[in-house]
Design a protein around this ligand. Structure first.
Ligand SMILES: Nc1nc2c(c(=O)[nH]1)N[C@H]1C(S)=C(S)[C@@H](COP(=O)(O)OP(=O)(O)OC[C@H]3O[C@@H](n4cnc5c(=O)[nH]c(N)nc54)[C@H](O)[C@@H]3O)O[C@H]1N2
Ligand SMILES: Nc1nc2c(c(=O)[nH]1)N[C@H]1C(S)=C(S)[C@@H](COP(=O)(O)OP(=O)(O)OC[C@H]3O[C@@H](n4cnc5c(=O)[nH]c(N)nc54)[C@H](O)[C@@H]3O)O[C@H]1N2
Ligand code: SF4
Ligand SMILES: [Mo]
Length: 765
């Protein structure tokens, strides 16, 4: 373990001794090894009884929603064997841990000592069991009563001169009910400071899609995925991050669809897939998912899309089938200028900038030419770039040309990350709320909500960094480790007068805290939520806009936990003393919260009744019906400049990605099985020619350095691993490399940190 205490105090992850082993990349994903891995995880961390109980309930109608990703469940026809994947099982094993963090543990461990534990070790300690407050004198978290905790927080909030001095973060696992109450509390308190994990995630998708199609969400359903003729998967690693998406893609292929993957890495799930829910298929060999792989260089996507579109225009001139002029005429604006722009582009320069060969681009255009049902799926490889919003708008251009919006088998598919990140935004977790939404809140609650837009994640960090004494409250998440520029963010948190975390598990944010620090432990998804009027369920919205219920089934790991809803209700009740909202009644019966949501947010008519239907209900989606809620009422073509991706000698462009054994900052294990990287995470994946040129050998330790805006950021001691990655592109894992992601470099207009293109140099040690 590294002993550099200064760095640990600034939020660095400790350098663990590793036993790094490199094996061949997996040719196949899922299948038996996936199940075996998941079971191993279960045995280590969970009681078998709990596992059996949860596995038959997860993602079933009336069961609980998987706390993993936001991929939807089939509308009907769910597998009785269990609708889950390896990573879903790991997610529940992590939550339903058989280990508990009781007061004896905190009595025995100072916070400084805990900082020396790796994220992996912290996660393995188990569940938080009672409210805790930091005691500076002994440097320990000590038990407090719930009443004391709420009083301490409320007193600090009330004492602020201006409500904008408080910041209320949300992570996307929070239910609709808790999120709605939280935003209501925060706005009644007087601020729109509601940054969320979405600011670091799909914000660029929301912006790009709203500007062009009038809705910040995707337009497709699962049925569309099955029916598509071509699906392009860009900047996404579904085999690891949305494993059951592969089952849907397999269905698409069975129906004759073609899949194109656009990714600097040949990700395993896209190359070969063995469906664990189909034992026969596992014996006979599985499905090759991607028909065509385009190894784009990092941030080469706008150039690539322009090159494909250029070829589509050429092909259209020769056989007239390619472009849907009827759709364009009826539903879009901006076509003429766009067509001229494409006509004027330097095709060879686009090919060069994309990093993909002209032959492969031609193959992609040929696949698309006579097929009209096209879907583009994407995730962080597109959104976390300076031109992240333009990436999305260029995808929309392609789909509009094909008339591929608002018809079966076609549309936009931003694949969301956290299981309810989309729902949280729908119910009001937004630092920049639309005026219409605020007017509705004013009307329903007979008050005047604050109008000044609040801080998104980057603004919040900069504000806390500059101004001492802020209060930072986090409903879930691990802000310190998820945010960019770790040392800068650590200073921001340490600068706070108080930091409050509503959490299930201990994480690094609890260890890098403000003057005062409070941890409020809450129930997880899998646990029964008993309230005064009986057990309650919550609801969530998945990536395809379906709202459905989620009801826990296990006895809570401690009887001193509160639900997120109760925590928010009690905190609001304690803070907003002169308020007329009946905060405490909401926590007795969550139907009352759903009634409030129904009054304020369009699309939730008969919420309580429809959420009880098996499978839930779809929210309205204009783009799906070719109703575009844009300034012109039509879909917009856009002209997006080519980004300048130039590098000077010695520079590399680095993407920070997830391994197969983590959920964001929660580290399940130290293996990235599909990529063949075992027993170590502190690695830097490099092209072997680059390694030779830089005289770096496999396993050499190097320091990674970023100098953006004249501030030097150094991430120490990463081991070099040769990998099939385009030249001058490198990959490291999030969150170890977040030290290098500059706070002041973010996507234009969405402010998403540029976690997928960090310019670095490499120093041999
Ligand atoms: N098991 C598991 N599941 C998860 C998560 C997890 O951590 N673990 N996280 C959840 C969350 S919150 C999210 S947002 C999603 C994230 O899901 P993903 O977006 O799939 O996650 P990343 O690992 O960030 O992967 C980004 C992918 O984009 C590629 N890429 C990077 N840069 C570029 C580029 O410039 N162009 C292109 N075309 N590709 C690029 C990378 O090679 C990688 O395959 O997953 C969710 N699901
Ligand atoms: N460099 C780099 N940085 C990134 C990314 C990247 O690709 N590269 N990805 C970004 C993305 S896409 C995202 S979404 C963010 C993620 O940012 P966050 O959402 O803030 O981080 P998570 O790691 O998902 O949060 C994990 C913590 O949530 C708490 N938790 C788990 N379940 C529950 C629950 O049910 N209730 C409550 N209250 N708490 C719970 C636990 O204490 C756990 O430690 O990170 C971003 N940061
Ligand atoms: S695909 Fe996502 S939501 Fe489905 S079981 Fe796997 S982790 Fe859970
Ligand atoms: Mo995310």
């Amino acid at each position: 373990m590294s002993v550099n205490q200064n760095n640990l105090e600034l939020g660095a992850t400790p350098i663990e001794p590793d036993n790094l082993v490199l094996r061949n990349r997996a040719r196949k994903s899922a299948g038996l090894p996936g199940i075996t891995q998941a079971i191993k995880h279960v045995i280590r961390h969970m009681h078998t009884r709990s596992f059996l109980k949860t596995s038959f309930s997860m993602n079933q109608k009336g069961g609980f929603d998987c706390p993993g990703c936001a991929w939807p469940d089939p509308d009907d026809d769910r597998s009785r064997l269990g609708e889950f994947c390896e990573n879903g099982i790991k997610a529940i094993a992590e939550e339903v841990s058989k280990y508990k963090l009781d007061r004896v543990f905190f009595q025995q461990n100072t916070v400084s000592a805990l900082r020396a534990k790796s994220d992996y070790e912290l996660g393995k300690l188990g569940r938080l069991t009672e409210p805790l407050a930091y005691d500076r004198i002994v440097d320990k978290y000590l038990p407090v009563s719930w009443d004391q905790a709420f009083k301490l927080i409320a007193n600090e909030l009330i004492a602020l001169q201006d409500p904008n001095q408080a910041i209320f973060y949300t992570s996307g696992r929070t239910s609709n009910e808790a999120a709605y109450l939280y935003q209501l509390f925060v706005r009644c308190f007087g601020t729109n400071n509601l940054p969320d994990c979405s600011n670091m995630c799909h914000e660029s998708s929301g912006k790009g899609l709203s500007e062009t199609l009038g809705i910040g969400k995707g337009s497709v359903t699962l049925q569309d995925i099955y029916e598509a003729e071509v699906i392009i998967i860009m900047g996404q690693n579904p085999g690891t991050n949305h494993p059951r998406m592969l089952t849907a893609l397999e269905q698409c292929k069975t129906n004759g669809g073609k899949i194109i993957s656009v990714n600097p890495l040949p990700e395993a799930g896209l190359i070969h897939f063995l469906n664990p829910q189909k034992p026969m298929r596992m014996l006979t060999g599985g499905t090759a998912i991607a028909d065509l792989h385009l190894p784009v260089r990092i941030n080469g996507d706008v150039a690539l899309l322009k090159a494909i579109i250029y070829l589509l225009f050429k092909l259209d001139n020769s056989d007239g089938q390619c472009i849907d002029y009827e759709f364009i005429q009826k539903y879009t604006v901006g076509y003429d200028a766009f067509a001229k722009h494409i006509d004027d582009i330097d095709f060879a320069a686009c090919v060069e900038a994309s990093g993909v060969t002209e032959n492969l681009i031609q193959e992609a255009a040929a696949l698309l030419c006579n097929r009209q049902k096209v879907i583009v799926c994407w995730a962080m490889g597109l959104t976390q770039h300076e031109n992240g919003v333009n990436n999305i708008k260029e995808i929309v251009n392609l789909l509009l040309l094909k008339g591929a919006i608002g018809k079966p088998g076609a549309g936009t598919c931003p694949v969301r990350g956290h299981s309810n990140v989309q729902g949280d935004r729908t119910v009001g977790i937004w630092e920049a709320p639309p005026e219409k939404f605020l007017e509705k809140l004013d009307e329903v609650y007979n008050t005047k909500m604050p109008r000044q837009h609040g801080f998104a994640v980057v603004d919040a960090i900069q504000d806390m960094h500059k101004n001492p004494g802020r209060i930072f409250v986090a409903l879930g998440g691990n802000f310190l480790s998820a945010a960019p520029d770790t040392y800068y963010t650590a200073k921001a948190l340490k600068n706070c007068g108080m930091t409050v975390s509503i959490s299930t598990k201990l994480n690094r944010t609890h260890l890098i805290h403000g003057q005062q620090s409070i941890i409020l432990p809450c129930l997880g998804r899998t646990e029964i939520d008993y309230q005064a009027q009986g057990p309650q369920f919550v609801s969530v919205e998945n990536s395809m806009g379906i709202v459905h219920s989620s009801q826990g089934i296990l006895t809570p790991c401690s009887d001193n936990l509160l639900s997120e809803v109760s925590i928010v209700s009690k905190l609001a009740n304690e803070t907003l003393v002169s308020d007329s909202i009946p905060w405490l009644s909401f926590m007795d019966n969550y139907d009352l919260i759903r009634d409030e949501i129904e009054q304020v947010i369009p699309g939730f008519e008969n919420y309580n009744q429809r959420v009880r239907q098996p499978g839930g209900f779809y929210l309205p989606n204009g783009a799906r019906e070719r109703k575009f809620n844009t300034s012109s009422g039509k879909a917009h073509f856009s002209i997006n400049e080519l980004p300048n991706n130039d590098l000077v000698q010695g520079q590399y462009e680095m993407m920070t990605i997830r391994s197969h054994d983590q959920f964001n900052t929660t580290i399940y294990g130290l293996d990235d099985r599909y990529r063949g990287i075992h027993q170590g995470r502190r690695v830097v994946l490099m092209n072997s020619v680059d390694m030779e040129l830089a005289q770096i050998k496999p396993f050499d330790e190097v320091n990674l350095v970023n100098n953006y805006n004249k501030r030097e950021r150094i991430a120490e001691r990463f081991k070099a691993v040769p990998y099939d990655i385009p030249a001058r592109c490198i990959a490291t894992y999030f969150p170890e490399a977040n030290i290098l992601v500059p706070i002041d470099k973010f996507a234009k207009s969405s402010k998403t940190p540029c976690s997928k293109r960090v310019i670095i140099t490499i120093k041999k040690i």
